[in-house]
Design a binder for this molecule. Structure first.
Ligand code: GCO
Length: 448
């Protein structure tokens, strides 16, 4: 038993990272457009103003996706492109862009998978307190309705929030992502609760109103601890750490986000750790938050270190290869993350992101020979298949990313794509890994 016949092979992107056209055709600004600008926070003061110009070049990009044989394209909708101020007047041209993109994909035999929120929060709503505002989940519901009413006749796969850990943790706790704030714990908890409510309201709306049968999830990060060895004790130790809020802290906790969404309660440990800062909510609220999901989407790139005992070296990944964003090569995580998450939450697994940043360039022969990315993906996919062989239901795999793009505060020189993008000319070149992935898809993983 390996990859099922209807296994969903695809690749992913996010609106801010690829679209550009940041203020065209009635689009409003997002926190990423405004908050980092000219402050020396984003590498070289780069912006998403043009990015990959996907907004204008989506037809060419879809043609390249077809050439790579993708079955799915996971992309996000820019909320302020669809509703410039976040609530109120809908921007018809913004909505039209996504409708055209969906049509283009389908005409080329590629299924769309939509992420409703991949971090480009409307600046106008941020000015009203953003996720701190008690109305914030209703704002998100209003936006969800607009998108679902317009696209659900052709789209059936939905992700509500991408990596809630990151946009709250990096954006409002560490201050390394827009809007680059460092808030206190109580505020972070308030925001979490509002995001969870927004997720629940969106799931409920999609479930009840989508025009085609919907498959819905969210896409948290889920890097688990990898057991030191195969012993029962080591596996238990890794599992305990993976799900411990003491180990993971507040915003980057796995259980912090997934327990309420799937199990319908905040983890006990959170009450021990955060006491009176914990949200007060009604049973109704928690019911909303824990609407049934169809699968568990997870973004997985690396593993947390896990060394039992206190011995040297502390860092188990010492000497391992690492990618251009310094994440250690840890293919085993694509076995252990699906396994631990399935055992806790009982939902089929979908890898909604996995990939690596490499030092890619166009070689003298005009091609991009990214052998390391091929080896990386090969190793990770073998581990993912091992999970399936052990009986973990796996639904799909969305490689990150379909093309090189704006890596948030790290700017444009971190290249994750299957397609190389020359950011000065916007010329695209499918990398060797893109052609290799095509073979994986064509053989449904038999060539691995
Ligand atoms: C994330 C986001 C992506 C990133 C990718 C590489 O995980 O941070 O979902 O937008 O670009 O993961 O860092």
């Amino acid at each position: 038993m390996g990859f099922s016949k209807d296994f969903m092979w695809g690749a992913a992107s996010a609106a801010f990272q690829v679209e550009g056209a940041w203020n065209e055709d009635g689009k409003g600004p997002s926190v990423w457009d405004v908050c980092g600008r000219n402050r020396g926070i984003i590498k070289y003061n780069e912006t998403g103003d043009v990015a990959c110009d996907h907004y204008h070049r989506y037809k060419e990009d879809v043609a390249l996706m077809k050439e790579m044989g993708l079955k799915y394209y996971r992309f996000s909708i820019s909320w302020p492109r669809v509703i410039a101020k976040g609530t109120g007047e809908v921007n018809p041209k913004g909505l039209q862009f996504y409708s055209d993109l969906v049509d283009e994909l389908k005409a080329n035999g590629i299924e769309p998978m939509i992420s409703l929120f991949h971090w480009d929060y409307p600046y106008a709503l941020y000015q009203k307190g953003g996720w701190m505002n008690p109305d914030s989940s209703d704002w998100f519901l209003e936006y969800t309705k607009v998108v679902v009413d317009a696209l659900s006749d052709r789209v059936s796969c939905w992700i509500t929030f991408n990596e809630p850990q990151c946009f709250i943790g990096c954006g409002y706790e560490a201050g390394t992502h827009a809007p680059f704030l460092q808030l206190n714990r109580k505020d972070l908890i308030t925001m979490t609760h509002n995001v969870l409510l927004a997720h629940g309201k969106a799931v409920k709306y999609i479930r009840e109103h989508a025009k085609t049968k919907a498959e819905i999830s969210f896409a948290p990060i889920a890097p688990v601890y990898i057991p030191e060895n195969d012993s029962k004790e080591a596996i238990e130790e890794a599992r305990r750490k993976t799900f411990s809020m003491r180990e993971r802290g507040l915003t980057f906790g796995l259980t912090w986000w997934s327990d309420p969404v799937i199990l319908g309660k905040y983890p006990e440990e959170a009450y021990e750790l955060f006491g009176d800062d914990m949200p007060v909510y009604s049973e109704e609220d928690m019911k909303l938050i824990s609407q049934p999901l169809d699968f568990y989407g997870m973004n997985v790139y690396y593993s947390e270190a896990n060394r039992m005992g206190d011995g040297y070296p502390e860092n188990r990944w010492q000497g391992r290869g690492h990618t251009d964003v310094d994440w250690p090569l840890a293919p085993e995580v694509l076995y252990w993350s699906p396994k631990f998450m399935y055992e806790r939450y009982g939902l089929p697994i979908m890898i909604t992101e996995n990939g690596m940043a490499g030092l890619d360039w166009i070689h003298l022969d005009g091609k991009v020979h990214d052998t390391y990315r091929i080896d990386f993906l090969h190793r990770y996919l073998l581990e993912y298949r091992r999970a399936a062989e052990d009986g973990i239901p796996i639904k799909g795999y969305m490689q990150w990313s379909v093309m090189d793009n704006m890596e948030w505060a790290l700017g444009y020189d971190k290249r994750f794509g299957l397609i190389y993008v020359d950011f000065l000319t916007q010329e695209r070149t499918i990398k060797d890994s893109g052609y290799w992935y095509k073979e994986v898809i064509e053989t449904n993983g038999e060539n691995l």
